[in-house]
Design a protein around this ligand. Structure first.
Ligand code: NDP
Length: 289
């Protein structure tokens, strides 16, 4: 039997509708309109598309969005000073620095200066620390979206073996933290694999939940997947002008119990969770004033 396709687009639309309602409530009750400012340095076309999609989604949900576009030659010091001015602006609730930054700018030098209350990507060390301690302020958008997709399958995750492929700071590592948390949609036993992992295929084959985030087209094949597993495909790879994930969708869908497509899976949920975090940021900041 073919797997359930987890429709990220539809799930994201449901979240976005709910967020739009809450945004309008916040405006009516407190006269606050959540405001996200995105900072885009340089002219990487993929980054420009991601930022545009995020801005459009904000506008549709009634969230104000501003784009600060800076030339590729912007220095680290200049960028720090721009982030500091956004930190100091009470009208800005969320700051998103689009990655990757040009090579001469150290990403951590920038992410570390974002006010943790405005850090809607949850990349600041304070927010990462809160996640590790199981008392998150914000959840990073991609893992947060994946958590919601897994919850949507109604599969019991407690005690199940989740194998994450990839140990990046933005996907693999925080994903592991969410899946091992006590309680809602978690309590899994987690293994993280990376490029130095030995016997990777064997490990993946024991997984009840597979999260592929390595950026290698169709790396996960049907032979690697235990029948009935949930397979979440985070990868976005351009192959012959076509977008493909890290999972061989056609083969794996015949073995898995549920699977996310690319496109239309994790991507739209990542954006929906960014909106959710921006709304939360506006609420937190209005409560602390
Ligand atoms: P990174 O490049 O930062 O990390 C890739 C990870 O995969 C690394 O930990 C690397 O290991 C590991 N890896 C690479 N090759 C292999 C291999 N052959 N076997 C095992 N592990 C391997 O990627 P990101 O986490 O930023 O992104 C991963 C993918 O997800 C990309 O395709 C990206 O475009 C996509 N993405 C999609 C998002 C969405 O919203 N849909 C959001 C973010 C990312 P090592 O550490 O040892 O080098």
């Amino acid at each position: 039997m073919s797997a359930e396709i987890i429709d990220g687009k539809a799930l994201a639309a449901t979240f976005r509708g709910q967020i739009a309602e809450e945004v309008s409530q916040l405006k009516n009750e407190k006269n606050i309109i959540p405001h996200l400012t995105a900072v885009l340095v340089g002219d990487d076309p993929a980054s420009a598309v991601y930022v545009r999609n995020k801005q459009r989604a904000c506008e549709k949900a009634g969230i104000q969005s501003t784009l600060k576009r800076l030339p590729a030659e912007t220095s680290e010091a200049e960028l720090i000073s721009i982030v500091e001015s956004l930190n100091a602006d009470p009208g800005v609730h969320g700051i998103l620095v689009q990655l990757p930054l040009p090579g001469h700018i150290k990403e951590t030098a920038i992410l570390d200066v974002v006010n943790p209350l405005k850090d809607v990507d949850a990349f600041h060390p304070e927010n990462v620390g809160l996640i590790v301690q199981g008392r998150p302020r914000y959840l990073p958008c991609t893992p947060y979206g994946i958590q919601q997709m897994i919850l949507s399958t109604k599969m019991e995750t407690a005690g199940k073996h989740a194998v994450i492929l990839g140990r990046s700071e933005i996907v693999g590592k925080p994903m592991a933290m969410l899946l091992i948390q006590r309680g809602l949609g978690a309590d899994a036993t987690v293994t993280i694999c990376h490029s130095r992992t030995q016997n990777l295929n064997k490990i993946v084959k024991t997984a009840d939940i597979i999260i592929a985030a390595i950026g290698k087209p169709e790396f996960v094949t049907a032979e690697m997947v235990k029948p009935g597993a949930i397979v979440i495909d985070v990868g976005i790879n351009r192959v012959d002008d076509r977008l493909v994930g890290d999972v061989d969708f056609e083969g794996v869908k015949e073995v898995a119990s549920a699977i996310t497509p690319v496109p239309g899976g994790v991507g739209p949920m990542t954006i929906a969770m960014l909106l959710k975090n921006t709304l939360t940021a506006a609420r937190i900041q209005s409560d602390s004033n």
